[in-house]
Design a protein around this ligand. Structure first.
Ligand code: URA
Length: 238
């Protein structure tokens, strides 16, 4: 990869800024000042420093965010704030995108990456990745409604949902329901509850496959996945 392109991708400014950095001799490749932006480097192997600081290159970025209410799960929007608007410039340079959708008013686990292959594996219906949601609903469910949700309900557009898991989290009131689904139709959780005559008042996603929301993340904040979380998500042994 060309050195000037690498530095621009890594957020070291415009092509002009990068040219200046190089001309100043501030960029060393294997200890030798590299002044020509056309120099070819292998960022995975070559030791590159800028003003004495080593370049921490990685091809992919993997982030978990606790999505707050009021932002949409898109990369950009003319009107609404997006989950990507909440990222720091040093992470934005990798151009991560949200994997799967959460509604504007849904909170909880959002996974962002620039690894298209992993994103596809997590969203492809064929892969049957389980997502767990906790829904606060308006009235408790009876046994028939629970059974219906578990075996499949008919949504407003005629779609038959696949089997789901249902767990009542607060047996007393019965208003907090953990629903596990392996699909991702538009507004699916809300529409599944609507299909049995209930309204979702608040919705939070807690897991995507083996990835579990870090509850210490304040709404609107995020962190990189640990190596272990990433391995689990990729289906590797840990
Ligand atoms: N289902 C919904 O209805 N909303 C979401 O945000 C996610 C799943």
């Amino acid at each position: 990869m060309r050195l000037d392109k690498l530095l621009a991708n890594m957020g070291f400014g415009s092509r002009k800024d990068v040219k200046k950095l190089l001309k100043q001799g501030s960029v060393l490749v294997e200890g030798v000042p590299a002044k020509d932006g056309k120099t070819h480097v292998n960022p995975e192997e070559d030791r590159i420093t800028i003003h004495g600081e080593e370049l921490d290159y990685k091809e992919f970025i993997y982030l978990m965010m606790n999505k707050p209410q009021g932002v949409i799960s898109a990369t950009e929007d003319k009107i609404e704030r997006t989950v990507v608007d909440l990222l720091e410039p040093e992470d934005l340079v990798y151009e991560p995108f949200p994997v799967g959708r959460l509604d504007k008013d849904t909170v909880g686990l959002m996974f962002l990456t620039n690894d298209g292959k992993l994103a596809h594996q997590l969203t492809s219906p064929k892969k049957k990745v389980m997502k767990l949601y906790v829904a606060t609903i308006d009235e408790p469910l009876n046994k028939e409604q629970i059974k219906a949700l578990e075996s499949g309900v008919t949504l407003d557009d005629g779609y038959e949902t696949k089997p789901a898991t249902v767990e009542v989290l607060d047996e007393g009131e019965g208003l907090k329901i953990k629903l596990g689904i392996m699909e991702g139709k538009f507004h699916q959780v809300k529409r599944m509850f609507e299909a049995v005559g209930r309204k979702v008042l608040f919705l939070k996603r807690e897991t995507i496959g083996p990835l579990v929301l870090d509850e210490t993340l304040e709404p609107g904040t995020y962190r990189e996945l640990t190596d272990e979380e990433l391995a689990l998500l990729r289906g590797e042994e840990v």
